[in-house]
Design a protein around this ligand. Structure first.
Ligand SMILES: NC(=O)c1ccc[n+]([C@@H]2O[C@H](COP(=O)([O-])OP(=O)(O)OC[C@H]3O[C@@H](n4cnc5c(N)ncnc54)[C@H](OP(=O)(O)O)[C@@H]3O)[C@@H](O)[C@H]2O)c1
Length: 348
């Protein structure tokens, strides 16, 4: 990658200062570099494709083994804290987990919406066995300094939390050049730092009990950044990396980490997204509108929670293939994205 960007900057017409002139390669050198790039891409493709197929087969074997191995997969009676439970995927998760008989703690900023969710659950008759009325916690993930206090309040409810579902998040629509740094920071604060702060405040109690489960709702964009989503994709990439590091570190404390990377789900995510100026985007995107049903997505997540799946790509084969292309043929991916960005700009 370093190699590619180096050759790119050499060709940049805007860099004509003396230092750059000294670095400039003769035509033949550039030609050889380009050939090397093309050949290295093809060799990488030929080498990686069989390895990827083999890797997938091994993964499928282990996930089947895990599925059929005997472990207590019931979530009944578990204390589950869900952030962002006032709408969309969080609300659907609350419904599924309430039906499973979990002791729910539902959190977000809007008390009235959380109360609506709670009343709907209690009146739904979905739960056949013992009913645990959901407990509401008002919480703003941007308020980083206040999160440890919130966690103390949360731990005061049942004394512990079995599962933390980090679902709350905000999306973004805009161009890098037209986006204020405040917006980048806000998206990062909610999706990444707020989630990390909440996790860190709760984790010690799980480690003391030598038992716990942290579920991160990331995004397909944790793996694949698309144009006009820079702040959002960056925050989800960060969350993915944090989760991968943390998973390894806390495994021996019997605390599991499940990373969920959904594609499009039919929620208000795009409507609530921030623009580059920090306003509400306010539009239902076609892609979100035609996305998966939130309840179906929630159901798949609950299955992953029961099976303690470490990572779940909750999207179609097409998007999984795109992730593969990004990994093994990055230059092709960059070209497709550049075209998509140009098209997106024209249609504005
Ligand atoms: N929908 C999709 O296509 C899609 C795809 C991939 C990943 N995801 C992820 O799924 C998660 C849920 O999103 P959604 O699709 O259900 O969208 P949504 O309907 O807009 O829900 C977002 C939730 O996050 C909460 N939230 C936002 N800012 C918050 C803050 N500062 N502090 C606390 N809570 C906050 C909101 O509650 P309040 O407003 O009450 O605070 C709301 O409950 C997000 O992490 C999103 O990135 C969604």
């Amino acid at each position: 990658m370093c190699f590619l960007s180096f050759s790119g900057s050499l060709e940049s017409p805007s860099k004509t200062g003396p230092d750059v002139q000294i670095l400039k390669l003769p035509f033949k050198g550039n030609f050889l570099l380009n050939c090397a790039k093309t050949w290295s891409n093809w060799i990488a493709c030929l080498l990686f494709l069989p390895l990827t197929v083999l890797g997938r087969l091994i993964e499928a074997f282990f996930s089947l083994k895990q599925r059929f191995s005997k472990h207590d997969s019931s979530l009944e009676g578990k204390v589950v804290l869900i952030t962002g439970a006032s709408s969309g995927l969080g609300e659907a998760l609350a419904k599924c987990l309430y039906t499973e008989g979990c002791k729910l703690i539902i959190a977000s900023r809007r008390y009235t919406e959380l109360d609506r969710v709670k009343e709907q659950l209690l009146g739904s008759g979905l739960r056949k066995g013992t009913v645990y009325p959901p407990v509401i916690i008002e919480l703003d993930l941007q308020d980083l300094n206040n999160l440890p206090d919130k966690v103390r309040t949360i731990l005061g409810i049942y004394g512990y939390v079995d599962v933390l579902v980090n679902n709350a998040g905000v999306s973004y629509r805009g161009e890098v050049t037209e986006t204020t740094l405040d917006v980048d920071a806000k998206v990062m604060n909610i999706n990444y730092f707020g989630t990390v702060a909440l996790t860190k405040a709760l984790l010690p109690s799980m480690i003391i009990r030598q038992s716990g489960h942290i579920v991160m709702i990331g995004s397909l964009q944790a793996k694949l950044a698309i144009p006009f989503r820079s702040a959002y994709a960056a925050s989800k990439h960060a969350l993915q990396a944090f989760s991968d590091s943390m998973r390894a570190e806390i495994k021996h404390h019997n605390v599991d980490v499940t990373m969920i990377n959904p594609g499009y789900i039919r929620t208000s995510l795009s409507v609530n997204a921030l623009t580059g100026r920090g306003d509400r985007y306010g539009q239902m995107d076609e892609t979100t509108e035609s996305g998966a049903d939130p309840l179906q997505a929630a159901y798949a997540i609950v299955v992953a929670m029961k099976e303690k799946t470490q990572e779940l790509m909750l999207c179609s084969l097409f998007y999984r293939f795109a992730v593969l292309v990004r990994a093994i043929l990055p230059n092709i991916y960059f070209k497709i994205m550049a075209r998509r960005a140009a098209k997106g700009k024209k249609s504005r």
